[in-house]
Design a protein around this ligand. Structure first.
Ligand code: GDG
Length: 738
């Protein structure tokens, strides 16, 4: 069994494999180093597929000898099944579609079925050993349905997912026949992470377009649970690369590269021979550069290492053919007996060779058409000698471009722009090269891949604690709150604070249309005879007076700004100057009402609310964020708090806060009396937080909350009030008997 303290990582392959000679081999990818780095001195487990059962049997023990803290769990999948899941769906559908090459994505339902089966198998294997509370971090597009299967089998675990490739434009994603299943799978996570903001933005738009799920940039609520989103650009272990690239073996190798006939200004390309990497654009760029700037002929060459990949797939065969031809053309056009413009290596290289090439190269040229991040660019930066650094030329379509802004950023589709960037790099003086490289190294020195992994895991722990919403605790927990009362009996006279809209009355499309049901009115009357009942609302005094006429209740209007006891008169709790901000906010909100159809401003004494419930959703949601931003900035020094609620933006005097009212009540009248708060929206959260553990807080409805108990739906409020009345009566009778 894997205990709570152990983390589980899941990726397509394990960090170790057995090679043809039967030796254990450590994976060389960035992910392996990042996760290994985070787990030093901590026990952890790693799940991945293995197609050879005899290799699978050896890996756990063999890997222990190298990393005693690691438990490897190879999950055996036959070659045929692996091929359908991995090549047939992940690589043939998701990879091209997510890299904007949708014409190469050929959907085949059998492969999709096998993808799901492979994901299910992985879930079953993890479930065999995962104990509740454990953290599972799933990596990449091979496992987009795994979170759902895993959540079903072990509900109470923390699930994180990181996508290493781009998330495409929602317009493209919508082409995927199984788009809903993929998104639903991911919404079973506690945290979903991306390399870049634009990927997250497209994901959020896709949630709306495909599932109709409204979400902020930061989280979405779906099926009673909250999934958080974040942007976590991966990095490399910069210090490690720095050190290794200065090792004796590497420096020796650099010398051999200096004398092997490459031109003085050697440009380097390190890419898998994948159609996403834009190798043909790179070659065309070089060709254009040599034509446009003839002084570079003989002085500038390209060393292109193209790592063979998926050689039998037609799209890969096609790109290989095109690259072969272009290399031939360029060498034919510009080559001479002592000058080879393109040195083309169709093979992988050793780590020492790779680092030596980085050290030798005057420039690295990355022309990816789309690339989740691109670690090659980062490795090049960290291996540079600041005494005489090279120049990084980087495609604006690689995620790394958003971090490495001191590179020469190019649009790889613009062949002339590549040519100009090569020329600029060729001519760049030492001072500029050093300045740029210093900045780039400073960025990567502060941000390593193990920091990336730690950051993600920390956030996963945090959001899971905050959310704590599982289908289990969404059920009404009446027994729990009454248990609590049983233990304490009710101390003193029970004080009940109930919110109005969404709590004792259902939410109505237009705020003026709400009606208090006769049954609820009677229950409030009855409860008011046995306890001190307060209705606490954002509504005006006039509204509450009119709606709750004839009932012996305390009333709190405008979120705590005004207060009256059952037979008393209204008292103001506002001590700051409302006029300093009110007219300005009113003017700004009026502007937005004119701009956004069907939106309107609700005016109260100490509070202004812009409503957009009836307006065109996307447009109004965007405008609401702008309004919120404008008011936050403009009113920063005024005694007003600005917040966004359910289809509203609200500006309230600082005293208009249900939490500060609860604190006041606890201090003035709470001593020795039990307090219960019931509410449904964000403003009620202030009450729950203020009450903390010293009372009973109950959230009505789904979503993240600081309350300690929950009623699943507004319709459960009436039965709850009945229970409460019965409970208070029984308690009072028991007290009398005592
Ligand atoms: C995916 C995303 C994202 C390459 N050839 C050799 C070799 N390599 C190493 C490089 C680098 C890694 O492989 C390649 O990483 P990339 O980031 O460039 O690309 P993908 O493999 O496509 O990775 C990508 C990444 O996930 C991480 O999230 O950045 O966008 O597509 O570390 O050095 N290493 C050796 N010999 C080679 O011939 N030794």
């Amino acid at each position: 069994m894997i205990s709570k303290s152990k983390r589980i990582f899941v990726s397509n392959r394990l960090p170790f494999s057995i090679n043809s000679k039967g030796d254990l081999k450590r994976g060389s990818g960035g992910l392996v180093s990042a996760l290994m780095g985070v787990c030093q001195n901590e026990p952890f487990a790693w799940f991945g597929f293995e197609t050879d059962a005899s290799h699978a049997a050896k890996i756990p023990e063999a890997s222990k000898k190298i990393l005693p803290d690691l438990d490897c769990y190879p999950v055996v999948l036959s070659k045929d099944k692996y091929d359908k899941y991995y090549n047939g769906f992940a690589n043939d559908i998701i990879w091209p579609l997510f890299h904007y090459e949708s014409h190469l994505a050929n959907f085949n339902r059998k492969n999709w079925e096998q993808y799901k089966k492979a994901n299910k198998l992985m879930a079953q294997e993890i479930a065999k050993v995962a104990t509740p509370g454990v953290t599972v971090w799933i990596h990449d597009f091979h496992f987009m349905t795994l979170p759902e299967y895993l959540r079903e089998l072990v509900p109470d675990i923390k699930i994180g997912f990181f996508l290493h490739i781009p998330f495409p434009s929602a317009e493209l994603f919508r082409q995927l026949p199984v788009r809903e299943e993929i998104l639903r799978g991911l919404l079973n996570c506690d945290l979903v992470g991306f390399h870049e903001h634009s990927y997250l933005r497209q994901f959020v738009v896709s949630l709306k377009a495909c599932l109709g799920v409204d979400s902020s940039f930061f989280r979405a609520e779906y099926n009673g649970r909250t999934t958080h989103f974040g942007v976590y650009p991966i990095s490399i272990e910069g210090d490690e690369i720095k050190e290794k690239s200065r090792s004796e073996a590497v420096l020796q190798k650099v010398e051999t590269y200096k004398s092997n006939g490459n031109a003085p200004f050697m440009i380097l390309g390190i890419d898998r021979l994948d159609y996403t990497k834009g190798l043909e654009l790179k070659l065309r760029g070089l060709q254009a550069a040599l034509r446009k700037y003839p002084e570079m002929v003989g002085q500038v060459s390209l060393m292109q290492v193209a790592i063979p990949t998926r050689e039998k797939v037609p799209a890969y065969m096609k790109i290989k053919k095109e690259v072969d031809q272009l290399v031939g053309n360029i060498n034919g056009e510009f080559g001479s007996p002592d000058y080879n413009p393109v040195h083309y290596v169709f093979n992988s290289v050793s780590e020492v060779e790779l680092l030596a090439l980085y050290r030798r190269a005057s420039s690295v040229l990355v022309t990816s058409k789309r690339d989740g991040m691109n670690l090659v660019a980062m490795e090049y930066v960290m291996s540079q000698d600041l005494q005489d650094p090279g120049v990084l030329i980087l495609s604006e379509f690689a995620g790394a471009a958003s971090l490495l802004s001191d590179a020469l950023i190019v649009n790889p589709w613009d062949v002339d722009a590549i040519a100009d960037a090569i020329y600029q790099a060729y001519q760049m003086d030492l001072e500029e090269r050093t300045n740029r490289m210093e900045h780039l190294q400073a960025i990567l020195s502060r941000y390593s891949s193990s920091k990336w992994a730690r950051g993600f895991l920390k956030e996963l722990e945090r959001v899971h604690q905050v959310v704590a919403v599982t289908p289990k605790n969404l059920k009404p927990q009446k027994s729990s709150w009454s248990d609590e009362f049983n233990q304490n009996l009710i101390k003193g006279r029970l004080k009940v604070l109930v919110d109005y809209d969404g709590t004792i009355v259902p939410i109505a499309k237009r705020p003026e249309q709400v009606v208090l049901m006769e049954e609820t009115r009677e229950l409030l009357r009855e409860l008011g005879q046995k306890a001190d009942v307060y209705v606490i609302s954002g509504r005006t005094r006039e509204f509450l007076d009119a709606q709750l006429k004839g009932l012996e209740l305390g009333l709190i209007a405008e979120h705590g700004a005004f207060y009256r006891e059952p037979h008393g008169s209204w008292e103001s709790r506002i001590s700051t100057d409302v006029q300093s901000w009110y007219p300005h906010v009113e003017r700004i909100m009026n502007d937005y009402s004119e701009r956004v159809p069907l939106s309107f401003v609700e005016k109260k004494k100490a509070c202004l609310v812009w409503h957009f419930r009836l307006s065109p959703t996307d447009f109004a949601a965007f405008q609401s964020k702008k309004l919120d931003d404008e008011l936050q900035v403009g009113m920063a020094n005024e005694p007003v708090s600005i917040s966004m609620g359910n289809k509203i933006v609200e500006a309230k005097a600082v005293e208009c806060n249900k939490g500060s009212f609860v604190r006041w009540l606890m201090k003035e009248k709470g001593a020795g009396n039990t307090i219960l708060c019931l509410g449904d929206d964000r403003t009620d959260e202030d009450m729950f937080i203020a009450l903390g553990k010293s009372g009973v807080s109950i959230k009505v409805g789904e979503g993240t909350t600081a309350a300690r108990y929950r009623l699943k739906h507004q319709s459960e409020v009436v039965p709850f009030l009945k229970d409460l009345i019965r409970f208070v009566s029984e308690n009072q009778e028991a007290e009398v008997r005592v």
